[in-house]
Design a protein around this ligand. Structure first.
Ligand code: FAD
Ligand code: NAG
Ligand code: NAG
Length: 506
């Protein structure tokens, strides 16, 4: 920690970061220990290591000067006031799922860990759920497992509601209800001043719209109300297809899977109750190359016609499908996404098109095959349909900041989520991440299918997702950040996330 502080002050002297005295976080940690004694953890406590390591990817584990674990919006407000008064650097952790270094933790500063903001309740009239922003989707679905109620949220059990609420939110309900953010009816948020406000259709509607995609530029979200509906569970499951026989060859599987994805995406508006996500997984040490299709029908219809191409794939090594509660489905599909690895993330978006999908598969295979130590890497790429109809649900809740309302095509999001364990491979994988962006953009541009949107929650640090929202939305986010945080607390003191002040759009 001493080294981290020395480094921070050296960087500040060199002008790399906004000058913050190295002693600032010591002062903050001391004051936090007095203001929130039972929620405060210094490096000498036994909980500290558990708290700092509680991240999905080893690449995001850093060493803060202290950790606080607020249990209420008031606790968060107290922490923000202390941090602002003393001008300390800080980070916010929701579910800890973002792999980008510095997004959810910090060396030497204050870590605000929201995992104790995990309340969950259903409104008396069953029209919405109220949840703490630090709850994970797994915890949230478990809480309502016997309520026969549904709401839009993430598919991975350990991702938090807070992180998704500031980015977009892909779910099995997206063809029918849009992004998760389009279903949020209230954000409770602590502003830079420490004030706790509600952002909704009638209270601070500009902030409400900005938060729906605007990331970490406005404050710390503490609670959410998400629209709910009667829901008996899914018919869903997974098909695992080997790329290497026995019935079909590697390139035949690529052709058929690409065609299935493109057909599904083009027809998704005809069956908005069904969603599917593909993931290619090439396991380390030659342990197999498979494609996983995870699917769900949200009205419990068995074997819907829209899924037939996936259900009939050759080379199936495993096939699970059945009536299942959302909680159980989410636990099942998350088995593939275990903690304990190091991870990269990056993504682009393109119009639904067979040639683009198929070439992207080839060019990303070429990156993988060129890796010096590919035997030590699990190479994982997801393809996620983003049908045009998904964008039609935002206006009824006051719009979002994603800039997709006027897209004219069905789209597909491609997402690199590869993993490895040996830190000495980090630079190889960071280079692969950058190559992935260049290669996929090149293919999409070649076919005229490239779209500047990229899902901010999948973006790499070198990408500019806020620019992908379009210049009007970007300017709106900038103006709204200045209005609610005139002193730039979330720009200068909280480095994690994509910042309007650090982004220049060409
Ligand atoms: C395996 C896996 C599966 C995924 N599945 C899905 C999915 O099904 N749908 C989907 O939409 N996305 C999914 N994602 C992407 C996910 O949305 C992002 O990784 C997201 O950033 C994680 O949010 P978090 O709160 O869990 O993570 P964190 O890393 O804790 O937070 C992410 C960022 O948001 C900030 N933040 C978090 N909470 C708050 C808050 N309350 N107030 C202010 N800032 C906050 C953090 O400071 C950080 O910068 C998945 C990611 C992974 C790795
Ligand atoms: C959810 O409820 C079902 C019964 O409807 C049960 O079988 C399952 O174990 C429950 N899952 C969780 C995570 O509580
Ligand atoms: C919107 O904010 C106002 C003002 O804080 C609050 O009274 C109202 O309950 C909020 N609406 C919702 C849906 O939470």
């Amino acid at each position: 920690m001493k080294n981290a502080l020395a480094l921070a002050s050296a960087l500040a002297l060199a002008g790399y970061v906004d000058a913050v005295p190295a002693t600032a976080s010591t002062t903050c940690c001391r004051e936090l220990s007095q203001a929130l004694p039972s929620l405060f953890f210094s490096p000498s406590t036994s909980q500290y290591n558990t708290l700092i390591n509680a991240r999905w990817s080893g690449t995001s584990v850093l060493h803060p000067g202290c950790v606080v674990t607020p249990k209420s919006a008031l606790d968060v407000s107290k922490a923000v006031k202390i941090i602002t008064k003393n001008q300390c650097q800080f980070a916010v952790r929701g579910g800890g799922h973002n792999a980008n270094t510095g997004f959810n933790s910090i060396d030497g500063g204050v870590s605000i860990d929201l995992s104790s903001l995990n309340s969950a309740s259903l409104a008396d009239d069953r029209t919405y759920v109220s949840i703490g922003s630090g709850i994970t989707w797994g915890e949230a679905y478990d809480a309502f497992n016997s309520s026969n109620i549904g709401f839009t949220g993430g598919i991975c059990e350990d991702v938090s509601a807070g992180g998704v609420s500031l980015g977009g939110g892909q779910s099995l309900f997206q063809p029918k209800r849009g992004w998760a953010v389009d279903n949020i009816i209230n954000y409770e948020i602590v502003l830079a001043s420490g004030e706790i406000v509600n952002a909704n259709a009638t209270s601070h509607p500009d902030l409400y719209k900005a938060l729906k995609g605007g990331n970490t530029n406005f404050g710390i979200v503490t609670h959410l109300k998400i629209a709910a509906f009667d829901f008996d569970g899914l018919w869903g499951g997974e098909v695992f297809v080997s790329l290497n026989g026995p019935q079909a060859t590697y390139s035949q599987v690529q052709d058929q899977m690409s065609q299935a994805l493109v057909d599904f995406t083009a027809n998704n508006h005809l069956d908005i109750n069904t969603a599917v996500q593909l993931m290619t997984v090439y396991l380390a040490n030659n342990q197999g190359q498979i494609v996983n299709a995870a699917f769900g029908n949200t009205i419990g219809e068995e074997n819907p016609a829209s899924l037939q191409e996936f259900l009939n794939m050759p080379n199936q090594v495993k096939h699970d499908a059945g009536h299942i509660k959302l909680a159980d489905f989410v636990h099942q599909v998350s088995e593939f996404q275990a903690k304990g690895y190091r991870q990269v993330t990056s993504s682009i978006t393109f119009s639904n098109d067979f040639a683009t999908v198929r070439d992207i598969w080839d060019v990303t295979d070429a990156i993988y095959n060129g890796l010096e130590h590919k035997d030590q890497v699990d190479w994982m790429i997801s393809f996620i349909p983003q049908p045009k109809i998904q964008q039609s649900y935002s206006t009824r809740s006051g719009g979002n900041s994603l800039g997709l309302q006027s897209v004219t095509d069905d789209q597909i999001v491609v997402w690199l989520t590869s993993r490895w364990t040996d830190p000495s491979l980090d630079s190889m994988m960071y280079a692969a991440r950058d190559d992935f962006i260049v290669a996929t953009e090149t293919v999409a541009k070649k076919y005229g299918t490239y779209h500047p949107f990229l899902y901010i929650n999948y973006a790499s640090p070198s990408q500019n997702p806020l620019c992908g929202y379009g210049v009007d939305n970007f300017n709106f986010l900038k103006a709204t950040a200045t209005k609610y945080d005139p002193r730039g607390v979330f720009q200068k003191l909280m480095p994690g996330g994509f910042k309007v002040s650090k982004t220049t759009c060409s």
